[in-house]
Design a protein around this ligand. Structure first.
Ligand SMILES: [Fe+2]
Length: 240
């Protein structure tokens, strides 16, 4: 499996604050079948300005040791960018890390209110030539209260990534049932850990893989956990 959404690089955001904890998170995932990981620290104007230079420099230092400890794992860098009207300039100036420097950007929406400018910002990002992966839509109250927003923003260059833990109920029943609903509707292109620690929000995706295999068949689970991330890393187009 390839995990496209993690907060594992130490001291950059609300993930681990020691290298040792980072390695413990990776080790748990490794022991449960994850063989590739993208580090996606938050890019959040006003809180975490993890621009490309910062992420790349932290990644370069970290990955030397990580490859020593986990020689058959692959590591990549990216970011999880909170949508805002200001981010367009940062994106234009190449300050925001896309996933593995591809045309795919991992985009976070506000959890509570869906502002009217959000559709326009998504449109602008796509017009700039990017593909948008919406991080954990199942956690956004505005979306599960207004499913028509999902249908409106879904399109050829917009994909949805569900958190593995959502299927297991770690964010509560409502989030779990919305994750199940999106899976049933065929709206899920990626499932990732969104790991922050070795505790509840860890990087183990195996139980979610088994859950999706049971519901939709193993071929589908492979597509979501392995093939789509692989294509994305190669900047290939993904069929939703
Ligand atoms: Fe995240």
């Amino acid at each position: 499996m390839i995990d496209i959404h993690t907060h594992i690089l130490p001291n950059l955001d609300d993930g681990p604050d020691s290298v040792e904890e980072s390695f413990s998170i990776i080790n748990m995932a490794y022991l449960h079948g994850t063989k590739g990981m993208i580090f996606t620290p938050h890019f959040l104007v006003g809180s975490f300005i993890n621009n490309r230079d910062i992420v790349k420099s932290q990644y370069n230092q970290f990955v030397i040791k990580a490859k020593d400890l986990f020689p058959d794992m692959e590591f990549f860098y990216g970011s999880e960018t909170m949508i805002s009207p200001h981010m367009l300039n940062h994106l234009r100036n190449k300050e925001i890390c896309t996933l593995n420097d591809t045309s795919y950007i991992l985009l976070e929406l506000p959890f509570i209110n869906y502002r009217t400018w959000i559709d326009d910002v998504i449109d602008s990002i796509i017009k700039m030539g990017f593909n948008v992966i919406i991080a954990h839509p199942e956690r956004c109250e505005a979306l599960y209260k207004n499913i028509e927003i999902v249908e409106r923003i879904a399109g050829e260059s917009v994909y949805f990534q569900i958190n593995a833990g959502s299927f297991l109920g770690i964010y509560g029943k409502t989030v779990k049932s919305f994750a199940d609903f999106l899976l049933e509707k065929g709206r899920v292109s990626f499932i990732a850990s969104d790991a922050h620690s070795t505790r509840t929000r860890n990087a183990v995706m195996q139980p979610a893989y088994e859950y999706v295999s049971r519901l939709k068949g193993e071929a589908f689970a492979k597509k979501i956990f392995v093939e789509n991330p692989g294509k994305m890393l190669g900047d290939e187009k993904i069929n939703i």
